[in-house]
Ligand binder design. Structure first.
Ligand code: HXC
Length: 267
């Protein structure tokens, strides 16, 4: 199977072959947390849309695509900062169509060595951060206009992955939140879905969670698709969930891990 174009660094793609219509998100505006690097940045690059992310990403993206982008620095743990950023986005673009809750923090650590504050910090970024941003965007725009929320999840909790009690607990809570909000906000025309990536090359998570070592040791042979995923593949999943391509899908968690969680050793 032919894979979509990828680049391991946080640079724009040298070329990109659209697999959806280039007009799929025409005139739409997306608010993406954690869009400064990794999967979040790749989503920006292949989408004909706007943005939240850091200045260097904005400059690169504008130069590559000619699209408008507004780099905003926020901490998803601070609701006031999110509210100000959403206000600024609405002032600049006059609408908001998509929210991608992509910001996350993680590291490998056994539960016995994990401080109380470390556990709390990851929950605050991943879980409270997703709730804070979703609620602000809903109150300020989606409640009256509809919209699409895409949460970036993980498969860690499916089997209780070792060294990941913090991130696994956080993402499991987010999967529950995805369903709760899908139920409550569906009548307002808001769809809430999640994509759950496996090991994705060229990301902070891949570097921090042992991806290169696993690759060198040939461990990906145990994954049904026998390789790590790439950022463009994750962006395609998010694009499906964020667009009318998935118009009757809500409360769903799209596992996009090459089958990894089914077969990978848990150590
Ligand atoms: C153990 C750690 C630690 C580590 C930090 N802590 N790093 N404990 N091992 N490697 C502890 C600190 O000692 C501290 O506890 C507490 O966590 C908070 O740390 P701070 O540095 O004060 O927090 P902060 O500056 O807010 O940083 C948050 C962070 C950081 C999560 C710790 O790594 C971060 O911001 N990362 C963002 C980028 C990132 O990680 N992206 C990858 C996401 S990958 P004490 O008790 O000492 O005060 C991902 C994918 C998962 O999510 C699924 C993959 C398949």
């Amino acid at each position: 199977e032919e894979l979509p174009e990828d680049v391991g660094s946080d640079d724009c793609l040298a070329s990109y072959t659209h697999i959806y219509s280039p007009d799929l998100l025409k005139d739409q505006v997306a608010f993406i947390t954690g869009g400064g690097s990794g999967i979040g940045l790749r989503f920006l690059i292949i989408c004909p849309v706007l943005v939240e992310y850091y200045l260097c990403a904005a400059v690169k993206l504008s130069a590559a695509s000619g699209r408008r982008c507004l780099p905003l620095r926020i901490d998803v743990r601070q609701p006031d900062g999110i509210a100000a950023a959403v206000d600024e986005t609405l002032k600049e673009f006059g609408r908001l169509d998509i929210l991608i809750n992509n910001a996350a923090g993680n590291f490998l650590c056994p539960a016995s060595a994990l401080s109380f504050n470390a556990f709390k910090t990851v929950l605050e970024i991943d879980t409270m951060g997703t709730f804070n941003t979703s609620k602000v965007v809903y109150e300020k725009w989606f409640k009256d206009h509809g919209g699409n929320v895409v949460n970036v999840s993980a498969t860690l909790a499916y089997r209780g992955q070792a060294l990941q009690v913090h991130a696994g607990s956080a993402k499991a809570a987010n999967d529950a939140m995805t369903k709760h909000l899908a139920v409550e906000w569906g009548p307002s025309g808001v769809r809430v879905n999640a994509v759950a990536p496996g090991p994705i090359s060229g990301t902070e998570g891949y570097r921090k969670l042992g991806g290169p070592a696993a690759e060198a040791a040939g461990s990906f042979q145990a994954v049904p698709l026998q390789r790590a995923g790439n950022k463009t593949e994750m962006a395609h999943c998010a694009l499906f969930l964020a667009s009318r391509a998935s118009s009757y899908v809500t409360g769903a968690i799209l596992v996009a891990d090459g089958g990894a969680w089914l077969t990978s050793p848990n150590d």
